[in-house]
Design a binder for this molecule. Sequence first.
Ligand SMILES: [Mn+2]
Length: 316
Amino acid sequence: MFVSERETIEFLKNCDNIYIFTHQSPDGDCIGTGFALHDFFRRTGRRSAVLCSDKFPEKFKFRTDTENDSDFTPEVFITVDVADKKLMGKYEEPYGDKINLCIDHHVSNKDYAERTFLKADDAAACQVLYGLFRTMGFELSDYSAACLYTGMATDTGCFKYESTSAETHEMIGEIMRHHKLNYAVINRSMFDIKSKARMILESKFVNLMEEYLDNKLVIAAVTIDMMKEIGIDYDEFEGLAPMTIQLEGTEVGVLMKEREPNVFRCSFRSADSVNVSEICQTLGGGGHAKAAGCTVEGDIESAKAQIIEAVGKALK
Ligand SMILES: [Mn+2]
């Protein structure tokens, strides 16, 4: 059930022994929200832990490398930035039906939790959480300020996507005014620094991009075998999806990663006017108008064919 800010704050103030779940393939936003919330609970005398179905990528270590012990009996379950309980991965089965509160900003949120606090106009779940803290009058630590900054920066592509609002900038301004924040260091590590393997991957990634539908659709599909051949892990593809719409003339870009044999996790990006959330919903997924995802089953050719068909319909 969708709940008000007041009810959400009431709940956050009174719960204890909390498991906080992020979505699988964790990004800066779910990590930032999860650990800022964890910090809030710790600093208000409660016990919590952040859990994720996948391991946290190395580049977020400066957020995740904190006391995060889940060795207690949980009583309360919260998801952050998780639009659908399916995205909890291995935690869906034991906890998916027990979520007491979901804090999210995805318009496609499935309302699977007992309470859902959704702000679909917010650029990031971190922005939603910052708004809650601000209403509560909770004073952020420099650590959680950095967590929230990281999520807002990464979900907006460093404040360049359309989801970035005046309010996003105002909140960032407040955070910068009141906290010691190495934002240049954060942004360099989030957006600029790459391993040599990553640079090689990006150059190979360009060769994986194929054009369809009069060059309006670009697909980059990677199978498990190809990942082995290139020598790159599944979770190292994070952040590559936007490259699919860099090609001139492209309207929709799709990164397809084979998660397990014949199961492709697909990340969609829209260059401008096509709503990829609607396309992904026709394929059982969802997300935002300009960035969405779904899972498609089949061998690489039939998985691609399903995507080409769905995008073709949307472009008509
Ligand atoms: Mn997000």
